[in-house]
Design a protein around this ligand. Structure first.
Ligand code: AMP
Ligand code: GLY
Length: 419
């Protein structure tokens, strides 16, 4: 089988590396990939918004299955586009991608199918929003409707902060918008819950806990994710059942009633309040760094799983997992998530990896056989172990071996399950 992977982050390198383990995989192309994918796949310099060019290349090379990593091409309809040319694509279509592309689409679905979520209001003008705030209990959460790369969410303690948020959103800070959302603040613990679906059947695909803030102790700015561990410490049979019955099943039914379905990875961002799940957001893809964290636990042939998902045959295969836990630490460029330097050389040849230790590249590139940084999140160190503390210590040891002067990382990933 030949695979094409769209994207260039740690998630995409982890997808390539996991496919590579399969004896059924002959060739992998990555659009455009990074220095890590270059070692195991062929990087092709076609940007992910160039749908025509991607389609031409995929047809020319007779690529059997395409996996779309990030949300932007999904929300822009890449799956619908490629499927018109009989290309098999693992990822949701444009309508289903609205689960991530429009928070208001998802909230309306929650309302119609009684999916537990924070109470909310949708507002078209500053005046309406201000009026609503008069009777609100603070804090409130104010959100822009569309994709905002993890930004566009404000937690406001009072009216003054709320007005700043409302003005910034309506003034187009996150792109042109007609609406915004004001939500009740839910106090609980977050959990990422994943399923894989072929459009007819679905399977659970692990849980994880991300660490979004840049500083230790969950302080500072929000980032794409500084590290994660899997499974979430909240996971239990009872909670899984509630999540499936109260959130996942009604969502899939809602899509069915819109005459569509969901194929791909669906990522439910949940807030667990007193062992009850509330949907905070959907993502229509694997998380990053959750993907890097979860895939090293997969025992089954990933290529077969993707093939089955693209052929509506997921019910026919088993998905087996290692019993062990995993923990991922992200090595970032100093200054991330604000200003940082790129093009700084990283020397990786001295590190020795054991069988349970994994390195996935994110913002890296090759130049003249040397590796250089090329983004804010640069490398992911993942350890599989029966003990989270041992996993974290091993990851830190690996990072210290490369001793990259331009880098920093959170040493407290997993503190809720370790310290
Ligand atoms: P989102 O982009 O919707 O995932 O929101 C970003 C982050 O804001 C989430 O990961 C939560 O930490 C927080 N958040 C969003 N909505 C709520 C809410 N209703 N209550 C509490 N925290 C929230
Ligand atoms: N780690 C958060 C995300 O992928 O959205």
């Amino acid at each position: 089988m030949k695979f094409g992977i769209i994207g260039s982050g740690g998630r995409e390198h982890a997808i390539c590396a996991t496919l590579k383990k399969s004896a059924n995989v002959k060739k992998i192309y990555c659009f455009p990939g990074n220095a890590g994918t270059a070692e195991i796949a062929e990087n092709v310099q076609i940007e992910m918004e160039k749908f025509q060019d991607l389609k031409n290349f995929i047809l020319e090379k007779k690529i059997d299955f395409v996996i779309v990593g990030p949300e932007i091409p999904l929300v822009d309809g890449i799956v619908d586009f490629l499927e018109k040319f009989d290309i098999k694509v693992f990822g949701p279509n444009k309508i289903a991608s609205q689960l991530e592309g429009s928070k208001i689409f998802t909230k309306k679905l929650c309302q119609k199918y009684h999916i537990p979520t924070a109470k909310f209001g949708i507002f078209e003008s500053t005046k309406e929003a201000e009026e609503y705030l008069k009777n609100c209990k603070f804090p409130v959460v104010i959100k822009a409707d569309g994709l905002a790369a993890g930004k566009g969410v404000y937690i406001c303690e009072n009216e003054t902060e709320s007005l700043v948020a409302i003005n910034e959103i309506f003034n187009g800070k996150f792109g042109e918008t007609k609406n915004l959302l004001i939500e009740e603040f839910l106090k609980g613990e977050e959990m990422s819950f994943f399923i894989i679906s072929d459009g007819k059947n679905y399977r659970k695909f692990g849980t994880a806990q991300d660490h979004k803030r840049v500083q230790e102790g969950d302080k500072g700015k929000n980032t794409g994710g500084m590290g994660a561990y899997s499974p979430s410490r909240l996971e239990s049979e009872e909670l899984n059942k509630k999540i499936i019955n109260k959130i996942i099943k009604p969502t899939l039914k809602g899509l069915e009633e819109l005459d569509t379905n969901f194929k791909g990875f669906l990522y439910a961002g949940l807030m667990i309040v007193n062992n009850e799940p509330f949907l905070i957001e959907y993502n229509v893809r694997m998380g990053d760094p959750e993907c890097q964290t979860i895939l090293p636990k997969l025992k089954s042939d990933f290529a077969k799983i993707i093939e089955a998902s693209c052929n509506e045959k997921l019910e026919k295969i088993d998905i087996d997992w290692h019993e062990d836990k995993t923990l991922c630490i992200v090595l970032c460029s100093k200054g991330y998530p604000e200003d940082y330097k790129i093009n700084v050389e990283i020397k990786l040849d001295t590190i020795q990896f054991k069988e349970n230790e994994f390195l996935f590249h994110a913002g890296t590139k090759y130049d003249n056989k040397k590796i250089f940084s090329n983004g804010g999140r640069v490398l992911n160190f993942v350890i599989r172990s029966n003990n989270f503390k041992v996993a974290r210590e091993s990851a830190i040891k690996l990072i210290n071996q490369i001793n990259w002067e331009n880098g920093f990382f959170r040493k407290d990933i997993g503190y809720k399950v370790i310290d």
